[in-house]
Design a protein around this ligand. Sequence first.
Ligand code: 5GP
Ligand code: SF4
Ligand code: MG
Length: 499
Amino acid sequence: CGVFGVWAPERDVARLTYFGLKALQHRGQESAGIAVGDGGTVMVRKDLGLIDQVFTDADLSTLTGQLAIGHVRYGTAGAKSWEAAQPHLSTINDVIIALAHNGTLVNTDELRRQLIELGVPFLSNSDSEVAAKLIGYFTQRTHHLREGIRKTMELVRGGYAMTLINEQALYAFRDPYGIRPLVLGKLVDEGLDEVDPSAVSALPSQTDDASGDEGALASASGWVVASETCALDIVGARYVRDIRPGEILRISAAGLVSEQGVPAAAESAECIFEQVYFARPDSIMGGKSVYACRYDMGRRLAQENPVDADMVIGVPDSGLPPAEGFARESGIPFGEGLIKNRYVARTFIAPTQELRAMGVRMKLNPLRDNIAGKRLVVIDDSIVRGTTMVQLVKMLRQAGAAEVHVRINSPEVVWPCFYGIDTDVQAQLISANKSVEEICAFIGADSLGFLSVEGLLACLPETGVSAGAGCPVHGYCTACFTGVYPVAIPDSFGRDKFM
Ligand code: 5GP
Ligand code: SF4
Ligand code: MG
């Protein structure tokens, strides 16, 4: 999923959120929603579909306020229904909040049961709704929203990056491992780049986190939080920093306040799949562009799995940067071999296997002139079920390729993800059930190679605190490749993923 949040009293917050979500559309196409706070109350509009299918210009005009959050959904936990679309609204007595969640919580069954016993109603079976209702419940008991969030962070386990509003304040918080990404940006009025001293005194600035860039509140006309920096770029916000693991950020007319909601884990575990596949190449994570990470993965892949060939092609879009890197490192020319229909959404996210299979043909078409008679190296970011590669290799051979050597810029996906990326039940993961040779035969390739875990890690920026040699985590979650899960999975939750 993708989440966004903005606090900007002078701006059209619903439209800013709409643009932010447009930049995050690749993170989920199932549903979209925006909630605004106008000082008095909170309004939500959400529905199934792409952002442009959910919001007309007229809809945006009715969503007026000083602050807003938005969500695009990529369903992992819970059914695909209107009720599961986000933001989730929670109204308990006079506490009205809206919550947008990226990630998956692994222990909400029991928490939901307890809330229902306490008389809190539920509309969906979504883990995110449990978080919204928990926060609402604790807030109306303590009369303190930050306390409600803090108590909820103590109870829930899993991966989460969340944005939340009530009538007047925007909150952003992240799980103690920092599994799902969340960044803070500053909206700067054009021409206001220089800090105007009169603006400094005019604006309240009692922040308990006035260090560095955040202290320069005076030049900001608002604040933005988002899953990726590409959403800051589109609204003209400047990157300030990542929300820290376990941190709660509160943004309101009183300024920006940071509090450690729960202690950060000794070792952070940022999702490595963001760099491999999920994030947009123009986003920056840990100080390095995702494009540069993927390019380096391609170079490393060429070192680890060399092959004699005439042309390197990438599977659009996420296979293109590593294909360029592979070409550069191997000296084999890079060429275009597959053209993508850009009006077809991500195939992996389509709900059934049949639609997924259809999707590959609808989305990718080979460039016969470029391919015919050539020995090809084909780079893709990952093999999950194997659906994409089986069809691609066949397509490339039909288009006249002499040889097809498949190279994957990630390790083999052997373990299911429980933290917000739908890498399926283990039985459907082809690498959990077949050897590399068997997969190569299954997809009909001349050869097949994957990037090693060490090779992948070597391409990424350092993150978090490293516990040092021998620690399997290294600042990144690699569970889908290694089976080393940073957050324990309760039996009741994990069982159906290992069938
Ligand atoms: P497969 O077709 O082997 O099941 O999945 C791999 C293909 O799906 C790759 O081309 C990859 O770019 C794409 N893909 C789309 N969404 C996802 C996702 O959420 N996870 C993974 N691993 N791959 C995805
Ligand atoms: Fe990301 Fe894989 Fe960890 Fe899931 S298991 S959070 S996809 S690295
Ligand atoms: Mg792909």
